[in-house]
Design a binder for this molecule. Structure first.
Ligand SMILES: [Zn+2]
Length: 101
């Protein structure tokens, strides 16, 4: 079996991802769309805004590496986003918006 997890760089629409992203901390997650907290990893929809989680990002990916295989087996449609990339680009977008108009 040669299937392994590797990070892939792809151009994506961060605003679209944010609407369907679960940001997972040490023990629970937060909906990036409405900021609801204490969401379990296996929940398909946000209990508050009902967005479907198609993306998951781990605040500390190193402590969650063992979860990836299970997550992939249970939810193959979910895309795992690198949290540092997400955070860094979100910050850049906010900074760019400050200098608009
Ligand atoms: Zn939500």
């Amino acid at each position: 079996m040669s299937e392994r997890f590797v990070r892939v760089f792809k151009k994506v629409d961060l605003n679209a991802i944010k609407k369907q992203l679960l940001v997972y901390g040490d023990v629970s997650g937060q909906c990036a769309n409405c900021d609801t907290i204490d969401i379990k990893i296996n929940v398909p929809l946000c209990p508050n805004c009902k967005t479907e989680f198609k993306f998951i990002s781990f605040r500390n990916i190193k402590s969650h590496l063992p979860k990836l295989a299970k997550l992939d087996a249970e939810k193959p449609s979910v895309t795992i986003i690198d949290f540092d990339d997400y955070k860094m680009n979100l910050g850049k977008m906010k900074a760019e918006n400050l200098f608009k108009d």
